[in-house]
Design a protein around this ligand. Structure first.
Ligand SMILES: Cc1ncc(COP(=O)(O)O)c(C=O)c1O
Length: 386
């Protein structure tokens, strides 16, 4: 007898037709890697053509496409392009933040228990270099990470290095509240939104982080090795990780590149990675971001949230432990086993064409708009077989 999930009309109808996803695949692992939709693949192919026929790719193209992408990424978080840099990874952006933020001897950097390593290693190195300390906020028993972070903040806290969504189980952090608390004690806020940007609304103006980075290959449905770094205006005089030619003033004029410049391009552009202008990658990312903006992040979040609430209710009935909906990011769901995940579960599910991740004691289920009720029914059927 298959598990059936009752359906309510979602905000956005099913979008599987925009992806190359066979009917017999239940891909419930966007937190692992978001699939490229067909429009992004077509854009990438157009970009590849420039490399096939480089004479069609004029010098100005090195800047035009990246500027269009920068603008769209800025719009997504309600800021302007001057505050955005294009980076290859979350760790790159976090390293920019770590290199440029001050930390006193004995100063504290707050991270979460089991936070993603890209947002831990740079801070460990920073603490080591400055004689500071890492303070790890323990996983709260009731699931309320926001309260746990507020409680861990002290007069010694100088940097809060946090996500909006805990990557392992979707635990939710209210960044507006946390941002306000950080500003209240003069601490800096550095965000890794890789597991939420594109699926959970985020507004730079209300949260006011110092730095925010998101890798683009998960919920932003973009290609690998392209992410977005927001740098607040007060940090835009900082040192980039690389001193590449394109980030210097006047680099658009290829004839004068060896009139070496001490000045940078404006705003956060100085933090751009080298060779950012890979047309295939940039154009695919632009197509993906355009579609996300067309759907609207609020609508994506509401649609995924409605589906996941139904999944959560059903999972609880089956005896799984699921974080209370009010402490869970709507786009994420994590089904915890009381006695540990059965050995080889992810592989067994994959053999049934059901794709999820196992993190710790939980099965992490992260659907997107391409998922159907049938996918969810197949998940529960496969879990049943375990
Ligand atoms: C929260 C989080 N941040 C960052 C990343 C990726 O890090 P990077 O871009 O440094 O490879 C992941 C990948 O799973 C993640 O879950």
């Amino acid at each position: 007898m298959p598990n059936t999930i009752s359906d309510n009309p979602p905000k956005i109808g099913n979008q599987r037709h925009l992806f190359d996803m066979p009917d017999d695949i239940a891909y419930l692992n966007c937190a692992y890697m978001g699939p490229l939709m067909t429009s992004a693949v077509q854009a990438a192919e157009k970009g590849v053509q420039y490399k096939v026929q480089p004479w069609t790719y004029g010098g100005s193209s090195f800047f035009t496409y990246t500027e269009q992408l920068r603008e769209l990424a800025a719009k997504l978080i309600n800021t302007n392009s001057d505050n955005m840099a294009l980076v290859p990874s979350a760790s790159y952006g976090i390293q920019v933040a770590a290199n440029n933020l001050p930390l006193s001897k004995g100063g504290e950097i707050l991270v979460l228990r089991d936070q993603f390593p890209s947002h831990v290693y740079p801070w460990r190195e920073k603490a080591k270099a400055c004689g500071g300390n890492i303070v790890t906020v323990e996983r709260p028993g009731n699931g309320d990470w926001t309260a746990a972070v507020l409680q861990a903040v002290s007069s010694r806290t100088e940097i809060l290095a946090l996500p909006a969504t805990h990557w392992a189980d979707g635990g939710y952090l209210d960044l507006e509240i946390i941002g306000k608390a950080a500003r209240g004690i003069g601490a800096k806020l550095v965000l890794d939104l890789t597991q939420s940007l594109g699926a959970l609304p985020f507004n730079v103006k209300t949260v006011q982080p110092d730095f925010m980075v998101a890798a683009g290959y998960k919920w932003l449905l973009g290609p690998y090795t392209l992410g977005y770094l927001y740098v607040a205006p007060q940090w835009q005089d900082g040192a980039p990780l690389e001193h590449n030619w394109m980030n210097r003033k006047g680099s658009e004029d290829f004839a004068r590149l060896v009139d070496y410049q001490d000045q940078f391009q404006t705003g956060a552009r100085r933090f751009d990675m080298g060779e950012k202008s890979n047309p295939a990658q940039v154009m695919a990312a632009f197509a993906a971001l355009s579609q996300i903006m067309d759907w609207g992040v609020d609508n994506i979040s509401a649609t995924l949230g409605a589906r996941n609430s139904r999944v959560a209710d059903h999972a609880r009935q089956l005896g799984f432990l699921v974080v209370d909906d009010k402490f869970r990011s709507p786009h994420y769901i994590s089904l915890a086993y009381k006695d540990g995940v059965p050995g080889g579960l992810a592989e067994k599910l994959a053999a049934d064409n059901v794709f999820v991740s196992v993190r710790g004691n939980s099965v992490r289920v992260t659907p997107h708009l391409y998922n159907t009720d049938t996918d969810i029914e197949r998940l529960f059927d496969a879990l049943d077989k375990g």
